[in-house]
Design a protein. Structure first.
Length: 500
């Protein structure tokens, strides 16, 4: 299936960078000449001639040299007359220099047909099954810690500093992620954190013909254009803003139920926008998770005496529900960006998302001057921000109405920032390698575990401990059962095979 050069190689007529047809080119494995990946010239040979390429899969070279004839012979699994036998697509290694993403496309197409799969990007897959499971466990644990800490943090800082928490944490994340990217640029010469990834900027991607039989070379982009990342940031910022202004007048039970919309919304949007339809077994597992989360959310209905009564407003509930559409769309949009721009790094996306959210937060601030959406006076804004900064470092503001702050407030703020930063990054990491479906299914396991943590006095202070509720045990059982069913579905099996 592979041959060695038996004669001097003729010079490639394609110039460096492009051939006579204007197609992009790549370097030959055996030479520094640039040769077209699928058209006029392939590794020193004219199109239509019998190539003799060392160490390159025979089928791939034959398709690149004679696309139409090679595709016909590949379908029959025979010889095209040039002495080259063709193999099935599944036998082609993902390392092939002429089809750098064909392997990923074949797995993704299979998922779109019915069994979906959690992910379809072989180059971005998990390195091993152990890494697959370890990453999911870390994601769940970080999500649990994040949800517990945010409840404690907002209670300690009170409503006065709610705006500071939203904007202050975003600013901290911008500084941290920016520092990481600058260090990568200095250490590796690329913000992706790898010299190999930096070199892949010159790799050739393939779009394929309509039937997917013939690779169509095009320049692969290591990073997404800025407007793609800004659009993702707008999704995130809009979702968080709608959540913030709708939460005060949305009952706790309604919040728990509306948060469950993430799973069906992500499954539906993945089907509509990414053409990745989940299998019925995967949908059944997702519905078990929804049912378990619903059982945990019933705590507010059966044990609502300790909760502070709120004034429910229908438009606040509608805004809170609309926020779930933004947050679900963000995950699907992120998956599409990772699939299209294969070397896009999660930390780069994180940085752009937070920058956009930070700017958008100030732009939408006037809406919070309405009484039902916060009642913040613009003249009080500098004092509120200054007091929040002082509280984050353990000092109480001298302004009237400021809550007392100490070392515990500072420790809680920076602990939350550390956990929330990596929880969000872990979510992006799983989206890149496993897809949005796998991410929301895994994160949903955190809800019943979070409730059990809040019921454990030695894990949280007695000030925030909750009484045990029978629904939490039912929720944990249903959620874990749904997670197991999802992993046993064609989607879960495909994800583990791809990521192994």
């Amino acid at each position: 299936r592979t041959q060695h050069y038996s004669a001097p190689r003729p010079k490639c007529r394609a110039r460096e960078g492009a051939n006579r047809r204007g197609l992009p080119t790549r370097a030959c494995p055996q030479s520094r000449r640039a040769c077209a990946a699928g058209g006029h010239c392939v590794c020193g040979r004219e199109a239509g001639s019998a190539p003799t390429v060392r160490g390159v899969d025979a089928r791939v070279v034959a398709v690149a040299v004679a696309p139409t004839h090679g595709a016909m012979m590949r379908a029959r699994g025979g010889d095209d007359g040039s002495g080259w036998a063709h193999r099935d697509d599944a036998a082609v290694g993902a390392h092939s220099p002429l089809l750098p993403v064909a392997r990923r496309k074949s797995s993704g197409d299979a998922g779109a047909g019915g069994s979906g799969g959690s992910g379809s990007r072989g180059a971005s897959a998990f390195s091993s099954p152990r890494a697959y499971w370890l990453t999911l466990v870390v994601l769940v644990l970080l999500t649990v810690a994040d949800n517990v800490l945010v409840n404690v943090l907002f209670d300690m800082y009170t409503e006065r500093y709610a705006l500071f928490i939203n904007q202050g944490t975003a600013f901290v994340y911008i500084v941290w992620s920016g520092a990481i990217l600058l260090w990568r640029r200095w250490r590796y010469g690329s913000v992706s954190g790898s010299a190999a990834v930096a070199a892949s900027d010159d790799a050739v991607d393939d779009g394929g013909d309509a039937d997917g039989a013939t690779p169509r070379p095009q320049r692969a982009r290591a990073e997404a254009p800025w407007y793609i990342l800004v659009a993702i940031g707008l999704f995130n910022g809009s979702g968080n803003f709608c959540t913030a202004i709708g939460q005060p007048h949305t009952p706790g039970l309604s919040q728990s139920l509306l948060n469950l919309l993430n799973i069906p919304l992500v499954l539906a949007l993945s089907w509509l926008l990414l053409r990745r339809r989940a299998s019925w077994v995967a949908v059944a597992g997702a519905m078990l998770i929804v049912g378990g989360s619903l059982a945990s959310g019933l705590r507010g209905l059966y044990d609502g005496g300790a909760a502070t009564p709120i004034v429910a407003l229908w438009y606040s509930v509608a805004i809170f529900a609309f926020a779930q559409l933004f947050l679900s769309g963000e995950k699907v949009f992120e998956e599409a960006a990772f699939a299209r721009f294969r070397s896009l790094d999660p930390m780069v996306m994180f940085f752009w998302t937070l920058c956009t959210q930070f700017v958008q937060g100030w732009a939408l601030l006037p809406l919070q001057t309405f009484d039902d959406f916060g009642g913040i006076r613009l003249s009080d804004l500098p004092a509120v921000i200054a007091g929040g900064v002082q509280c984050a470092f353990g000092h109480t503001s001298s302004l009237a109405g400021s809550p007392p702050c100490g070392a515990g407030h500072a420790a809680m703020f920076w602990a939350y920032c550390s956990v929330d930063f990596w929880a969000y990054f872990a979510g992006l990491y799983v989206i890149q390698r496993g897809g949005a479906n796998l991410t929301v299914v895994s994160q949903s396991v955190a809800l019943p575990v979070q409730q059990l943590v809040l019921c454990t006095p030695w894990l949280v202070s007695r000030r925030w401990v909750e009484t045990p509720f029978w629904g939490d045990g039912v929720a944990l059982a249903l959620v874990l059962a749904g997670f197991v069913v999802y992993q046993l579905s064609p989607d879960g099996k495909a994800a583990r095979k791809e990521h192994a």
